[in-house]
Design a protein around this ligand. Structure first.
Ligand code: S3P
Length: 438
């Protein structure tokens, strides 16, 4: 499906964004492993989270997701009947994680601890992504995992069983790998310690602690001691800052905009994009900060920026904005000076090679951009020219370039617009409600 984006005069109004995708996956998985019913309000409605739900049902978990009626801002509510730590059943066929790396990697940790064999697979994009990063430590814990796709690629055939706790230093900063190992640790004898030299999103740790798991953190070391049961969850999932980011960028870039975004998750391991935009000169105020479900949540007010300056991104900041780099690159085209993103080689193994996709699409819009092995160099300001762009089968590329289209001269066409459903169904409907066209 193609979508046409025309230049915007302003972005105005008030929006709520879907429930956080990372938290939704984890809440479903941990709710399924708890004892009793979990109720999760404002779950992410995206296809990725539906993939996690589908896999859990195939493992014998009874799980109902009710979508709200009408046009209300509420997201779906999930009711998960937890089966406890030893209640999953063998699946009848391969488990399909679709496009979702989080589903596949987190579930691999759970399946490694089960007394049955299972196969985890996904779509063509997911079957190209590296899984050696979970195969290797899970094998150290005692699981037997075969890469049927070859060279550490899915499908993965997992023969699980009782595991042993290990001490493992993450070779790549990845919350998915960290979470995979903590989930496996629930089925391990002895302690499981994950050492993360660079902090990554800590939603798994927050949820596990809230469920009564004996989990502690000391500097970069996270340790889970053996536990016999998890408490069920009753929570409202915070709005997804990675989805809000598109509206934050749009309102910042289009002069005269004023947009309120309510109930957004502000976990400090996720707020790098806000911090980077504020350094660049964006006008973003954060208010009403409160805690919900063990996570900080707040309301944002974004106004069109007068002048933006270039920014340098690298090192420990990268995991805090890893999913927002494509969008940051779009913003950087409008900033004075040269924006440099480094240490972001992980972007090459996301849903698509996002460094390449961003560089190619910016060039199609007439922008000069240099692609580095681990980042991008973007001199600015440069005008954007409307163009016909591929979406690379990647939800975040489609949405980042929809924002680019708002500030381009002429019309922009994006192919594969339906990919937004992965994390943000209704993205284009919301856009049409808050945009005033030129
Ligand atoms: C995620 C972690 C990140 C992120 C992904 C979601 C998670 O991936 O890019 O969109 O929910 O844990 P990595 O852990 O592979 O960096």
């Amino acid at each position: 499906m193609e979508v046409r984006i025309r230049p915007a005069r302003s972005i105005r109004g008030e929006v709520r964004v879907p429930g956080d995708k990372s938290i939704s996956h984890r809440a479903l998985l941990l709710g399924a492993l708890a004892r009793g019913e979990s109720v999760l309000q404002d779950l992410s409605p995206g296809a990725d989270v539906q993939s996690t739900a589908r896999c859990l049902r195939a493992l014998g978990v009874s799980l109902a997701i009710e979508f709200s009626q009408g046009n209300g801002p509420e997201g779906p509510t999930a009711r998960v009947q937890g089966v406890g730590l030893s209640g999953l059943s063998p699946p009848a066929s391969p488990l399909d994680a679709g496009n979702s790396g989080t589903t596949l990697r987190l579930l691999a940790g759970v399946l490694a601890g089960q007394p049955f064999e299972s196969v985890l697979t996904g779509d063509a994009s997911l079957r190209r992504r590296p899984m050696g990063r979970v195969i290797e430590p899970l094998t150290q814990m005692g699981a037997c995992i075969e890469s049927e796709g070859g060279r550490g690629r899915a499908p993965l055939r997992i023969r699980g069983g009782r595991l042993r706790g290990i001490r493992y230093k993450l070779p790549v900063p990845s919350a998915q790998v960290k979470s995979c190992l903590l989930l496996a640790g629930l089925f391990a004898d002895g302690e499981t310690t994950v050492i993360e030299p660079v902090p990554t999103r800590d939603h798994t740790e927050r949820l596990l602690r809230g469920q009564g798991a004996p989990l502690g953190r000391s500097g970069p070391e996270i340790t889970l001691r053996p536990c016999s049961a998890l408490e069920p969850l009753a929570m409202r999932v915070p709005g997804d800052l990675s989805s809000a980011a598109f509206w934050i960028a749009a309102a910042t870039l289009v002069p005269g905009s004023e947009l309120a975004i309510r109930g957004v998750g502000l976990n400090p391991t996720r707020t790098g994009f806000l911090a980077a935009l504020q350094r660049m000169g964006a006008c973003i105020s954060v208010g009403g900060v409160r805690e919900e479900a063990g996570e900080p949540v707040g309301d944002l007010l974004v106004r069109g920026a007068e002048r933006m300056q270039a920014v340098e991104i690298g090192g420990e900041e990268v995991p805090t904005l890893v999913d927002e780099v494509p969008l940051l690159a779009v913003v950087a085209t409008q900033a004075e000076g040269t924006t440099v993103v480094r240490d972001a080689e992980e972007l090459r193994v996301k849903e698509t090679d996002r460094l390449r996709a961003v560089a190619e699409n910016l060039r199609r819009m007439g922008v000069f951009v240099e692609e580095l092995p681990d980042g991008l160099v973007i001199p600015g300001p440069q005008p954007l020219r409307g163009a016909c762009l591929p979406g690379y089968g990647d939800h975040r590329i489609v949405m980042a370039f929809a924002v680019a289209g708002l500030i381009a001269r002429g019309e922009t066409t994006i192919e594969g617009a339906e990919w937004v459903d992965i994390s943000y169904p209704g993205f284009f409907e919301v856009l049409s409600q808050i945009v005033e066209l030129r």
